[in-house]
Design a protein around this ligand. Structure first.
Ligand code: PHB
Length: 386
């Protein structure tokens, strides 16, 4: 009996330094992002932003060197559970960073919650991730689908619109974005006449554009992003609608897309938590560093990737690299103002940014900030019990 106990104690003595070694060795970051498909450019911008912050810290976070393990999730929710399980169970990543697509992020959040793996969402707006699925180990550096949409509903009311048609990809992000717009628009006395959609990632818009022309709403509200946003803006103009019916969007419609959209995007109004012309010292420094490193202008996705790395840095520094200390990690992140290029923000209790939503207009190759449409807008975090 004693012998058994002694050998157990000996085994623990050996195990303890091993566990410690795991927390002082390389910090494994599992980047689960789209590198192909309609959201491919978004995934790359997020990775660029993340790496830029890490490089600015000398390649170390919380004293630990970073090792990246990358998965192309293809924005395909049906492959997401297998993909995330590989990162967690095969590669033993310390933190999951992903994804862009709401359906993929929800599958990731379920595994993160079940396995108590640290997760930082650098884009996907799925309301549930910081709503009914919220968890102490899950953080978001981006937005909820509700946030920019709700702000645009208020803008549409102020502009005097009474009747709107919505059009989006049919999946969680599009549905939630439309719901957020409707909530504010109808609260202000407007009416959504019809919700139109195409399945993700289809870009066959023609029949729906004909329907919009027949319905003659005061405004069209839309959620499209990446390659689909480029095509939608071009098709809307080609159908002759741009001249007669204002097109309002969650800002993804014109972010990272303006080179490809050209004149067809001119003057479009959108709402988002970032703009190209903030002209603050913090944003200017970020934009310069990003442009120097990647020979590209940053967009909202780059900012969210950068801030995902900042969140990891704040938490990891607080626990001196020991990511087993999840409660201390969360407490540090919760009380810190994040010095984002978008402007400083704090996370809500459900771990989603409480942030200003800007009204922007496309001028040349920029989403120019016109005003703050909604100050310190907090997602309602419906269903979050934390
Ligand atoms: C989402 O699926 O949540 C999503 C995708 C692309 C965006 C924004 C949100 O630009």
């Amino acid at each position: 009996m004693n012998l058994v106990r002694t050998s157990l104690i000996a085994a623990c003595a050996i195990a303890a330094p091993l566990a410690m070694a795991q927390n002082t060795g390389k910090l494994k970051v599992g980047l689960m992002l789209p590198y192909t498909g309609t959201y491919a450019a978004l995934g790359t911008a997020i990775e660029n932003g993340f790496r830029l912050y890490v490089t600015e810290q000398g390649g170390k976070i919380g004293g630990r060197e970073i090792e990246y393990v990358k998965v192309d999730d293809e924005s395909d929710p049906s492959k997401a559970t297998d993909n995330v399980n590989k990162l967690v169970k095969r590669d033993h990543v310390d933190v999951l960073v992903g994804s862009v697509h709401s359906g993929v992020a929800m599958a990731m959040a379920k595994v993160a919650k079940d396995t108590n793996t640290l997760m930082i969402v650098p884009n996907a707006g799925a309301d549930a991730v910081t709503g009914s699925m919220c968890a102490p180990n899950i953080f978001r550096s981006s937005f909820t689908n509700w946030q920019p949409a709700y702000a645009m509903g208020e803008v549409a009311v102020k502009k005097g619109a009474k009747r709107a048609v919505t059009i989006t990809h049919k999946y969680a992000a599009g549905d939630e974005s439309v719901r957020g717009f409707r909530e504010a628009f109808e609260k202000g006395g407007g009416q959504v006449m019809k919700d139109l959609s195409v399945p993700f990632p289809s870009v066959e818009f023609q029949a729906l554009l004909t329907e919009i022309a027949a319905l003659k709403p005061d405004v069209v509200y839309t959620f499209f992003a990446g390659g689909a946003a480029v095509k939608f803006v071009k098709d809307y103009a080609a159908a002759g609608l741009k001249k007669s019916i204002p097109l309002y969007g969650a800002g993804f419609l014109t972010d990272g897309t303006l080179d490809a959209q050209g004149a067809d995007a001119a003057d479009l109004l959108t709402t988002l938590h970032y703009a190209d012309s903030l002209n603050t010292a913090r944003d200017n420094a970020f934009r310069l560093a990003y442009a120097k490193t990647y020979k590209l202008q940053p967009d909202v996705y780059a900012v969210q990737g950068y801030d995902a790395a900042q969140i990891l840095g704040i938490g990891t520094n607080a626990v001196k690299g020991d990511l087993n200390k999840k409660a201390e990690f969360a407490a540090a992140v919760e009380k810190t103002k994040i010095d984002s290029p978008r402007g400083p923000f704090m996370l809500s209790k459900s771990h989603n940014p409480v942030q200003d939503i800007y009204l922007r207009q496309v001028v040349g190759k920029e989403n120019k900030m016109l005003s703050v449409a909604s100050k310190a807008l907090a997602d309602p975090a419906r269903g979050c019990k934390m």
